[in-house]
Design a binder for this molecule. Structure first.
Ligand code: ADP
Length: 314
């Protein structure tokens, strides 16, 4: 097989059961192509960090396996680590050292030429602060430095575990631009975990929705959204929701696909109109208190697949 045919990340039946019996990751299967930005999306406890831990050789799989650029993470962990880098949620940079000293130290550890440090710092937007102690950096600056550090070893695959968690919304958006820029600049393969839908939609070529350790959907954000049609209708109902679902279903209004949160029923509109839905409910003696139509978002996909909502993006 030619090198460019080897997936950047190949995951086969990857499983982790923690001592005590928590099945954190169950039978995951996916490939990530070279140059792809791939998202693992799911709420806290879904198994995302455990998956990243196994792919970066810090957590031993219970069964199944994975390979990075063809290197098996269990049998050839050194090679797998040599072609990849990871930015975990917890900072690893030394707060007492300057940004530059942190990057130079990491370059020496990896035996790579430190000459590219200035250029990397520029790409990550930390050039100006590089000679200050990291202890004085803001959260967003430190996260950028962490990413620069991860890139010193010129990885083919970069893992980012919740890259924007704990950052305020403006800094988050800036960081997303930086990550998108890395991909555009280097064609690097990026695997990121997030529980922010908007982050996954914005950055990822494909998204795996993870729920209770399993992938419940895997596709491009556009294809995941297309499954819900072009438009969703939200109806807040005064009355019994099951009666409303039956009334909508009887008129062929996609009641089987309805998402229910409290007294709000959301249905894909497809060929019907809001008027059709309101008329159907009216005939069943139900009052519609509020009506809203909107485009579907990934959280609708998530809700439909798992019956549970994701936390709203900050
Ligand atoms: P996520 O990153 O999506 O929040 P995690 O991979 O951290 O999910 O956790 C998945 C599940 O495994 C959770 O139920 C969590 O409590 C459990 N878990 C994670 N780490 C450990 C551990 N070291 N020992 C036991 N259970 C763990």
């Amino acid at each position: 097989m030619a090198a460019h045919d080897v997936p950047a990340v190949a995951v086969r039946r990857l499983t982790k059961t923690y001592p005590g019996g928590v099945e954190a990751v169950k039978d995951l299967d996916f490939d990530v192509a070279p140059g792809e930005v791939f998202g693992l999306l799911g709420p806290n406890g879904a198994g995302k960090s455990t998956t990243i831990g196994m792919l970066t050789t810090t957590i031993a799989p219970t069964s199944g396996g994975a390979a990075l650029a063809g290197y098996d993470v269990v049998r050839r962990p050194l090679q797998a680590r040599a072609v990849s880098s990871v930015v975990f949620q917890e900072p690893v940079v030394d707060r007492g050292l300057s940004g530059r000293a942190n990057l130079e130290l990491h370059a020496r550890l990896w035996g790579v030429d430190g000459a590219a440090i200035g250029e990397l710092a520029g790409a990550l937007g930390v050039e100006e602060i590089l000679d200050r102690p990291v202890g004085g950096y803001s959260g967003g600056q430190r996260r950028r430095l962490e990413i620069a550090r991860a890139l010193v070893s010129r990885p083919r695959v970069l893992f980012l575990d919740e890259p924007t968690v704990g950052l305020d919304p403006r800094i988050r958006l800036e960081l997303l631009d930086v990550i998108a820029g890395l991909r555009a600049r280097d064609g690097m393969t990026i695997v990121l975990t997030t529980h922010y839908l908007e982050e996954a939609e914005r950055l990822c070529d494909r998204v795996a929705i993870v729920h209770a350790g399993e992938i419940v959907a895997l596709d491009t954000p556009a294809a995941l959204l297309a499954g819900l049609g072009g438009e969703l209708l939200e109806l807040r109902i005064d009355g019994e929701v099951p009666v409303a679902l039956a009334a909508l279903g009887a008129r062929g209004l996609a009641a089987g696909e309805a998402l229910v949160v409290g007294s709000t029923v959301t249905i894909p509109l497809r060929d019907a109109t809001a008027g059709d839905a309101i008329a159907a409910l009216d005939r069943a003696g139900l009052t519609v208190v509020a009506v809203n139509s909107r485009r579907p978002a990934l959280d609708d996909v998530y809700l439909r697949l798992t019956g549970a909502g994701l936390p709203a993006a900050a």
